[in-house]
Design a protein around this ligand. Structure first.
Ligand SMILES: [Cu+2]
Length: 271
């Protein structure tokens, strides 16, 4: 009897977890090619989290009522001493869950391009210092390489400082406080800090990368939705860290070209 109850409860918990992951929407709009990959991981974590949270909370509430002290009960509880199979069970289950989450996260990071060698990166075609070392970031992942020609990526340099993000477009020599990018085109952002560690974060792109003084990092992404999204510094960097924000304006190609040509120091016919 109790085996059936356990089975039914587990199945219901599983269904509840999956339902919660597909119906509770906590993430902002997804606006880059990375976003669906990231959201897939988030959904799986949410399923596991919901099952554990609902299961444990329910068990605690059930136990509180079911095993409460009845009137007239004054003695100690039953003297329980060890249960090998239970010990094995509650060691194995978390171990498997944690291992799975770790491997799956690694796979997602790899699919986003995080494991790709940065030294061979296309950004260097546009930079004068070919030998310069890039220290970390998200390269051109398999998602991008399959659909988008790498040489066509748009190089942009980001300088972070207390307390602002400054964007420089090597083509056209534009300096801007906001990031303008065309929709559907890969952007290659090379980032360096002037002072302390900052972090470039666009929640809608599901991307966050540290910006480190003296150690350039790279971040490649392809916006998939036009719109205006916040750029937030995600590393506590000083007293005005909370005000260190900017915007990324994702435009259709024509609108981006207009903006670019209006601001470019030199006219460029093809981007
Ligand atoms: Cu900052």
């Amino acid at each position: 009897m109790s085996a059936i109850v356990t089975l039914v409860t587990s199945v219901m918990l599983g269904i509840g977890g999956v339902w919660a992951a597909y119906n509770v929407n906590m993430l902002p709009v997804s606006a880059s090619t990375n976003a669906p990959v990231y959201d897939e991981l988030f959904r799986v974590l949410f399923i596991i989290g919901s099952i554990l949270f609902i299961g444990m909370t329910a068990l605690v509430i059930y136990s509180l009522f079911h095993f409460r002290r009845r009137p007239g009960e004054t003695g100690d509880g039953i003297d329980l001493e060890g249960n090998i199979s239970l010990e094995i069970f509650w060691t194995a289950v978390p171990a498997i869950v944690v291992l799975f989450v770790g491997l799956y996260s690694y796979d997602i990071y790899d699919r986003m391009g995080g494991m790709q060698s940065l030294s061979s990166h296309n950004h260097e075609n546009h930079m004068e210092s070919n030998a310069e070392r890039l220290w970390g970031g998200i390269g051109s992942g398999p998602i991008e390489t399959s659909s988008i020609d790498q040489s066509s990526s748009l190089p942009i340099e980001l300088t972070a400082m207390q307390f602002a993000f400054i964007f420089h477009y090597p083509k056209g020599d534009i300096i801007s406080g906001e990031l303008h990018v065309p929709v559907g085109k890969e952007v290659s952002l090379k980032m360096e800090s002037k002072d302390v560690i900052h972090a470039f974060w666009v929640p809608q792109f599901r991307l966050k990368q540290d910006v480190i003084p003296g150690q350039p990092t790279i971040l490649n992404f392809t916006p998939t939705k036009s719109g205006n999204f916040p750029i937030i510094c995600a590393e506590l960097c000083g007293p005005y860290h909370g005000g260190m924000r900017s915007n990324v304006i994702v435009d259709e190609q024509e609108d981006f070209d207009i903006w670019f040509n209006q601001n470019a120091k030199e006219t460029i016919s093809s981007l």
